[in-house]
Design a protein around this ligand. Structure first.
Ligand SMILES: [Zn+2]
Length: 193
């Protein structure tokens, strides 16, 4: 086993242990993507859903991709799990004052099932983006802490593309995975370096 393999194993052990302790089922998808229940934007590379009452949570990652890719996804979803566990403001902000879930409202609006005014749209998107960028910041920290074999520069670009796609969706009411033009990488508040 190489040093890199050992680091990956160490991180996987930590994730497994945390899942066991918090009633979260760790699910590995065999393919390049998986479908989450009620996910309108199709295939996902992974997802986290928190335990609810007695029903366990799920931490799912599609492993049918290169290790550097699924490890980054695992780190991101584990970031969401950590937000949930610590009841972090970046997690609780996605619950609207009336108890509704910001991500679900966003999905319903994009699907045309729900009409919202401009202020509501801005508010909902900001909540989701705060949560996603915080999960990415946590993922970057895990990648550094465990020296995981993930190219940080490539990963940061994917984070920027994802955030840009959300901002476009806010304007166009349509989901399209879009890449930021080269040389126009927006500054993201991710690093405490
Ligand atoms: Zn996420």
């Amino acid at each position: 086993m190489t040093t890199t393999d050992r680091r990956v194993q160490e991180f996987l052990q930590v994730v497994k242990r945390c899942c066991e302790l918090t009633n979260v089922k760790l699910v590995w998808g065999k393919g390049a993507s998986l479908t989450a229940l009620g996910e309108p934007r199709g295939e996902l590379a992974g997802y986290f859903s928190a335990p609810h009452g007695r029903s366990p949570g799920v931490l799912a990652v599609a492993r049918g991709r290169p290790r550097s890719k699924w490890l980054a996804v695992l780190a991101h979803e584990f970031g969401h799990m950590s937000q949930w566990f610590f009841n972090d403001p970046a997690w609780t902000v996605t619950t609207m004052p009336n108890g509704q879930d910001a991500q679900e409202l966003m999905d319903d609006w994009v699907d045309g099932k729900l009409e919202l005014d401009a202020d509501e749209i801005t508010d909902i998107f900001n909540r989701v983006r705060v949560c996603e960028l915080d999960a990415d910041a946590r993922a970057l920290q895990y990648i550094r802490d465990y020296k995981l074999p993930v190219n940080i520069e490539v990963y940061k670009r994917e984070i920027a593309d994802m955030d840009y796609s959300y901002r476009l969706m806010q304007r166009t009411r349509r989901w399209k995975r879009t890449k930021v033009r080269p040389g126009r990488l927006p500054k993201l508040k991710l690093d405490q370096e």
